[in-house]
Design a protein around this ligand. Structure first.
Ligand code: GLN
Ligand code: ZN
Length: 759
């Protein structure tokens, strides 16, 4: 009998209950006991749903208050000294996650970074040269006890030692992290002993680093780790890999003695057959056949065709699962009642995916229920429907994509020439000042948006409100004497969702939230069909803003690659093609803005670097089509129109050539938090176009001092021609309040003016 299991369930709650409770707790509105009750209720509910779906083994340990990597670090005693004085474990956990500040000083949070190529962020454990590891109170064990009390068939889940070490960072004196492996393994041994005492039959140890290019020393570490852990654990160890392939590491894994291996059969579909042959038949092979990174119903018949021969070969040793933890998808598509039935029928969020896993397993085992069969019939029908639906296939869009020519990606003249023409039309001072687009999203803005949604405010009244906001924001910018103004984005709830709402082929869900970090969730749009732009999306607001001032107002768009990387994308078309369709839609908007008299247009691409594939061999290809998509969206304009782009914080070193190839007239980047070190990639590369220096950190309410910004500008002037330098904050201001925003911008403008006179 094949077995159905799951690698992890979304922890945030179908109605984002964890988010609400966490934030209420941080505000001091609820007690720790109340917060813990929410956690327990969510775990209980999630196990119940998974059990009802018919899974044989439920994952336990996937719940975390903020982040599972952080939680594991804390349970091994990997706590930076600045947070060690906090004794209460939960308070300490939140201090590590969010930082603390009090009279005695500040203790910064751990650094946060992306979990592989997902939009989930984990907190980076900090290791010192003499780092000790020992098991403290463990949230995993607590969750295991709780689940066992509820009489559930469980499989504890934990991030593995190789991944933990790889993702951690060295602080203080530099050293080889692998030197810490023996001590780290001792902590894992202590954890496994606790599981031995509880007679756990299986443990799932996640090693997603197996999807990366790993140096050989790390593969040795893999073998050492699992030889030790399998010897110490009395049950059996399932090593779980996801987000990519691991065929290149199979001979190493074969030496480890692990009893089971989970592979991502969606991302690495081409490896399944080879692994099925090479992985011993007396060991468990778990096939992650239901896509845990996307939201579409699986093609169950195709999956069954893949699995049937594997089941004949392996029998009991075949397990079926989603490709990865379901942390990366929303909870339940059945509640999306605002979507039409057809589209809703195409969706499978976490709960639906588990039904698919179970239906497949039962089909293999020859014990399908009526509902399992219905799921197969539906799935076949949906595949046919989607293949022929006119809302998926838009011939005009396809034709347009076919007729894209290299010259469509090309500006008319080179940057040097454009720069002269633009200087002539725009007549900006040296070191021009601007902002990144959004201004504070005030309570009034949110209230009006909500009122429009629930029908309490009419569209014309809402539009009038937005215009009044824009007028107010233009006035404030003029008083601040900024050089290039923005309309402030009051009409946008989110820089991706707003465009999702206006594009054809894209839908927006109501509850499709996915955890991004801590209590922060995102609701990615669903790109289900060919993308078209039925009408202008932003022109009205930009044009109105421009009508109020003689200064140039910068148009503000989200770029095609960011729209792509921050959405759930259809799986029946290569990503590169979806990117091209999005690019054409943005290109049309750019053209309309230009037509409406907007002389400067910013196309934000904060997620361009984020989409970089995990394996080096795939990266060039991605960069090529991603850069192509940006160029297609941006480069249809006249020389006199100035294109800006914005990238937030990102490591530019390995992608600087691609960034330069974007050929944006101005790129704004973060420069303050990294102490201007991000700039070094641009300096080393001799970056030819203009750069907007993110002179202060918008993530903090602190008002930056003029002198500090003058000093930064001074340094920049020593390395860049002054004509190439712009002055701006490091990101949009939507999360800030007005008082600190105005104070900070006033100082920024003052710094620019002072620096001008020194030229
Ligand atoms: N224009 C957007 C804003 O100002 C950019 C946001 C971002 O880069 N993440 O909010
Ligand atoms: Zn930004």
């Amino acid at each position: 009998m094949a077995l159905a299991h799951n690698l992890g369930f979304p922890r945030i709650g179908a109605q984002r209950q964890l988010k609400q409770s966490l934030e209420a707790f941080w505000r001091g509105d609820i007690s720790q006991t109340e917060l813990q009750q929410t956690g327990a209720a969510l775990r209980h509910q999630h196990w119940q749903w998974q059990q009802q779906a018919g899974l044989d083994l439920l994952p336990v340990g996937d719940f975390a208050w903020y982040d599972h990597v952080l939680q594991l670090a804390q349970s091994f005693g990997v706590v930076p000294s600045r947070h060690q004085s906090i004794e209460q474990p939960l308070a300490q956990l939140f201090a590590m996650a969010r930082g603390t500040s009090n009279d005695t000083g500040n203790a910064a949070a751990l650094e946060m970074t992306k979990w592989f190529d997902t939009n989930y962020h984990y907190l980076v454990p900090e290791l010192e040269i003499d780092q000790g590891f020992s098991l403290q109170s463990s949230s995993l064990i607590e969750q295991v006890d709780e689940a066992l009390e509820q009489g559930l068939d469980i499989k504890p889940v934990v991030v593995g030692p190789v991944t933990f070490l790889w993702l951690s960072k060295c602080v203080g004196e530099q050293f080889d992290k692998l030197a810490l492996l023996p001590q780290l393994l001792n902590a894992y041994s202590q954890l496994l002993q606790q599981l031995n005492q509880r007679r756990c039959g299986w443990v799932q140890i996640d090693e997603p680093v197996l999807s990366l290019d790993l140096p050989e020393s790390w593969l040795h570490a893999l073998v050492t780790s699992y030889q030790q852990l399998t010897a110490e654990f009395e049950g059996r160890v399932l090593v779980a890999n996801y987000f990519g392939g691991l065929a290149d590491k199979l001979t190493w894994l074969n030496q480890t003695g692990v009893a089971g291996l989970h592979i991502d059969a969606v991302r690495a579909a081409d490896e399944v057959q080879a692994i099925a042959i090479q992985w011993p038949a007396d060991k468990v092979l778990s096939i992650g056949v239901v896509d845990g990174r996307n939201v579409w119903r699986a093609d169950l018949s195709a999956a069954l065709t893949l699995l049937t021969p594997l089941h004949e070969q392996r029998g009991d040793n075949l397990w079926i699962a989603p490709s990865c933890s379901l942390l990366h998808v929303p909870v339940d598509s059945d509640v999306e009642l605002e979507l039409d039935d057809e589209l809703r029928g195409w969706l499978a969020f976490a709960r639906q995916k588990l039904s698919e896993v179970v239906a497949l397993t039962r089909a293999l085992n020859g014990c399908q229920s009526f509902t399992d069969r219905a799921l197969f019939t539906d799935s076949d029908q949906i595949q046919r429907q989607r293949a022929h639906s006119s809302r998926v296939l838009n011939l005009a869009v396809r034709q347009r994509c076919h007729s894209v020519l290299p010259e469509h990606l090309q500006r008319q003249s080179r940057f040097g020439q454009r720069q002269l023409i633009q200087a002539d039309v725009l007549k900006l001072p040296k070191l021009p000042t601007t902002t990144i687009g959004s201004f504070p999203q005030t309570a009034a803005i949110r209230q009006n948006r909500a009122a429009l949604k629930n029908g309490k405010l009419s569209q014309p009244d809402y539009d009038a409100f937005i215009e009044a906001e824009i007028a107010d924001e233009i006035k404030r910018q003029q008083q601040l004497d900024l050089d290039v103004l923005v309309h402030g984005e009051p009409e946008r709830n989110d820089m991706v969702e707003y465009f999702g709402e206006h594009l054809q082929g894209v839908a927006v869900s109501q509850y499709g939230w996915v955890q991004s970090y801590g209590s922060r969730c995102v609701k990615p749009p669903l790109v289900y069909g060919d993308v078209a732009r039925p009408q202008a999306m932003t022109v009205r607001w930009s044009k109105y803003a421009q009508s109020l001032t003689d200064k140039p107002v910068k148009g503000m768009l989200t770029g095609p690659v960011t729209l792509l990387n921050w959405s759930f994308i259809r799986s029946d078309l290569p990503r590169a093609e979806v990117a091209q369709q999005l690019a054409l839609a943005v290109r049309d908007e750019v053209a309309d803005l230009e037509q409406a008299g907007i002389q400067i247009i910013q196309i934000d691409e904060p997620a361009l670097r984020e989409g970089l594939p995990l394996r080096q061999r795939d990266q060039q290809d991605y960069l090529q089509w991603a850069v192509g998509a940006f160029r297609l969206s941006a480069n249809g304009v006249a020389d006199s129109t100035q294109i800006h782009t914005h990238m937030c914080y990102c490591e530019f070193e390995d992608v600087i050539e691609s960034i330069a190839t974007l050929d944006a007239d101005v790129i704004s980047i973060e420069a303050s938090r990294s102490d201007m070190t991000l700039l070094s990639s641009f300096i080393d590369y001799d970056y030819p176009n203009a750069i907007g220096l993110g002179l202060y950190d918008i993530h903090s309410p602190n008002v930056p001092e003029v002198a500090a910004m003058v000093a930064d500008l001074q340094r920049a002037k020593q390395t860049f021609p002054v004509e190439q330098i712009w002055v701006n904050p490091d990101c949009g201001l939507k999360t800030r309040g007005w008082p600190e925003t105005e104070a900070a911008l006033a100082n920024m403008v003052a710094a620019a003016k002072q620096s001008r006179t020194a030229i």
